[in-house]
Design a protein around this ligand. Sequence first.
Ligand code: SME
Length: 158
Amino acid sequence: MAEDLLIPKDTTREEMYASLYPQLKALTDDEPDLIANMANIASALKETFGFFWVGFYRVAGDQLVLGPFQGTVACTRISFGRGVCGTAWKEQRTILVPDVDLFPGHIACSSLSRSEIVIPLLQDGVVRAVLDVDSDEVNSFSEVDVRNLEKISSLIIF
Ligand code: SME
């Protein structure tokens, strides 16, 4: 496919995800490289929605290690069960945080991050990475984001 994303503007986030998904599927389908696919997905989400920070952390031993991302410099390593990312890993479930100030143990890589959503990526029932999407506004995410970001995350094959 061409490398330019075609995303309708001035429409709902649901419709933007609906337009984005097949383009990301085409971009990742024939590409086996994990890092390349994570990098393009992070870029596409940042470009499409203007999120403050979008990126992946990969499981390495007992820590998450920073992977491909778009946004400001971030924490390099996060321990199991720590912060939103470490909790999503431990509990093997998507975590939506409407206001990071109200999440006990939130790791503030940037003081500008105000709400976030973290999705665990599994292989054979084991978490291998997480997708972390941050906004600089509270209450930025809804079930629309949960559903669509989980669908996009499933494009990552380990
Ligand atoms: N907010 C995350 C840390 C990662 S950064 O925001 C990029 C957390 O509490 O897990």
